[in-house]
Design a protein around this ligand. Structure first.
Ligand code: A2P
Length: 305
């Protein structure tokens, strides 16, 4: 089993979860089943991933009691005006009575019309490489005010945010009406994007961090790097295990994504990398450079300040 992290609500979050972004329906079903069989008790999905029903089917077929699992899903940006509706839609697709954690996926509301078909990739690309979908004039603080009411319904046990910067978090804490402190901030973190300042800011405020793309996403420059390959050999493990341990040793939850049963199982194997070798991983950035893999493609950009 993975260690657990205590949220500001008292809930215990399993520190390794399965990421499911970009996984299609059948791949997701098989991945979630493999993960639960391998010992994972934490699955991360989102309304916009389009795979919530597959996650739900796999959970039901896993034979593991619902209360032993931690399920996170996310409110997509086209539903900021009605998070209750967003949550209920997700629960219906998941076939669950509640989720353990409901996150605001982005601190940005989008105009809903272009997503009528429900698929992000159906939105045409513009010549500048962005999607033909616009940001809506709507303050995410209002979304959070609405999300605060959701745990009272019992339909989500904890609420949090994702892709929030220090400035975004400050906007919540600076609000005149005392707003609930998010339990979690889920952000991209790996040695090429260490996010140290944001992590420290969250730690000081009791917000638990979850790292997505902990391996450097689908075209990771790190997994094949000789420094990491050599380190992995030293620990008789895979480069991915070293990156996962790097995250755990920095005190947050990691969400490695895979649709391959063997890699899913292998990623759950926990090793302990020495402090000296953790330093080597931290310095990978000097060799491969800084990189943010996940960049939203709506207009306008950027949004991470
Ligand atoms: P696959 O799903 O085919 O296993 P991240 O978690 O940073 O988003 O990275 C996910 C990417 O890394 C996916 O492309 C995934 O591919 C791949 N991946 C996951 N686990 C491993 C592993 N143990 N070794 C190599 N690649 C992996």
């Amino acid at each position: 089993t993975a260690p657990a992290l205590q949220l500001n609500t008292g809930a215990l979050l399993p520190a390794i979860g399965l990421g499911t972004w970009k996984s299609g329906e059948e791949d997701t079903y098989n991945a979630v089943k493999s993960a639960i069989a391998a010992g994972y008790r934490h699955i991360d999905t989102a309304a916009i991933y389009g795979n919530e029903s597959a996650v739900g089917r796999a959970i039901r077929d896993s034979g593991v009691p619902r209360e032993d699992l931690w399920i996170t899903t996310k409110l997509f940006s086209t539903q900021h005006r009605n998070p209750k509706e967003g949550l209920e839609g997700s629960l219906e697709r998941l076939g669950l009575d509640y989720v353990d954690l409901y996150l605001m996926h982005w601190p940005v509301a989008l105009k809903a019309d272009k997503l009528a078909t429900g698929h992000w990739f159906s939105i045409p690309l513009l010549p500048d490489g962005r999607r033909d979908i616009d940001v809506e004039d709507w303050d995410f603080v209002k979304t959070w005010r609405l999300m605060q009411e959701l745990p009272k319904s019992g339909k989500c046990r904890n609420i949090g945010v994702s892709n929030f910067s220090i400035n975004n978090l400050k906007k919540l804490s600076d609000s005149e009406d005392k707003l609930v402190v998010p339990a979690v901030n889920q952000i991209e973190i790996h040695p090429q994007l260490p996010q140290t300042e944001l992590i420290d800011f969250c730690k000081a405020r009791g917000i638990v961090i979850e790292a997505y793309s902990p391996l450097g996403s689908s075209d990771s420059a790190m997994l094949t790097h000789p420094v990491l390959v050599d380190l992995a050999k030293k620990y008789d493990a895979q480069p991915a295990n070293v990156l996962i341990n790097w995250g755990l040793s920095r005190g947050y939850c990691v969400l490695p994504k895979s649709i391959n049963a063997e890699r899913i199982k292998s990623n759950f194997r926990q090793i302990t990398v020495s402090d000296e070798d953790i330093e080597l991983v931290t310095h990978l950035i000097d060799e491969v450079g800084a990189k943010r893999y996940v960049q939203p493609d709506w207009r306008p950009w950027p949004i991470f300040e």
